[in-house]
Design a protein around this ligand. Sequence first.
Ligand code: FAD
Length: 356
Amino acid sequence: MAGTHRRPHADAGRRPRPRQQGPDDGSGPTAAGEQVSFEAVLLAPGAEPRRLRVAGSDGPGVHHLRDTGDALSISHALGRVHRLVVVGGGVLGLEVAAAAAMRGVDVEVVEARPRVLGRGVPAPIAAWIVALHEQHGVRVRTGAAPDAVQRSPDGAVRGVRLIDGTVLPADAVVVGIGIEPREHLALVAGLACDDGILVDASGRTSHPAVFAAGDAVRMRRTGESYGIRLESFSAAGRQGEVAAHTMLGRDDTFADVPWWWSDQYDATLHSTGVATPDAREVLVGTPEAPLVLSMAGERLVAACGVGHGPEIARPVRAAGRVIAARGRVDVRELRTSGGDPASLTAAFRAAARASV
Ligand SMILES: Cc1cc2nc3c(=O)[nH]c(=O)nc-3n(C[C@H](O)[C@H](O)[C@H](O)COP(=O)(O)OP(=O)(O)OC[C@H]3O[C@@H](n4cnc5c(N)ncnc54)[C@H](O)[C@@H]3O)c2cc1C
């Protein structure tokens, strides 16, 4: 759900494959063979979960999570297994790990990078979440990746072998290693794609009659030289609305400050904004409810916090209003404000008011 940056669109753009059919004629076929005519088309095909591709990973007991059917089959499996390996220490993998641990399953999370939540969540917040998982008995192994899923002769999952040869006993595996935008239709239509259908802030693709929105797109927002994929309900919904307005000839651009949250055990993690790679991180809050601000100079560009219960949502949403107003915050003042969620919320609200 966090944003992923890419190089500027100008030098991006995967080479379109040869076109088999295109939007130039104002018509196109459906999968059922029906020819549909149009003046404008919106592509919103979403994304696919990235598949784990190692020996033994195809077959029962290895779960990927995208839709309700996947969620139900994982929930069903959790009622039957004793040992679960979760591949991927992102939001999705950690939420599954928490749900499994709370159902009494022995859980180990395997993350390839040096730390979990490496995409968009600051290190102190990720460390807080890891400590919480460890308190619930979950083992988190970083810098490790599966090499094979081991199965018994009847095909049941028996373990996960890591690249270093370690074998983690397991009765089931859940994979949460990110998503891949569904670009196929766009590529066939000859549209520019680069890990996402490339669109501008109004949802326009490289073809004037085709628009796109949601998890499938990499959007370059106004003033940005890079494109970003925003994997969240709120962004997908608003991008669709913006694209619809543009298709109807109304001026509209996506300028929302992205936000998302994650519930794990009794804790809530909230995040807003997009931390640019060169942003400076400042830790405020308390040990029970830390909040990391990403600063571009004095300007707040992102905020991410965590805590037990829902209280952390308030300062993060208030910080979102400062970001939307392109406001500044006085970090020294925030540090002396007491740091609890209520004081931080008041400070951000004041900063937002001062920015308009
Ligand atoms: C397990 C899970 C938990 C999540 N939790 C959160 C959360 O807590 N908060 C949050 O903000 N976001 C969350 N997300 C992300 C959120 O679901 C997505 O960002 C959002 O659904 C994207 O909307 P979309 O319309 O772009 O794609 P989707 O919701 O994936 O919809 C795309 C639709 O297009 C259909 N489609 C694809 N190709 C074609 C085709 N060729 N022809 C016709 N139809 C097609 C697909 O079947 C699908 O129904 C979660 C995602 C997952 C998987």
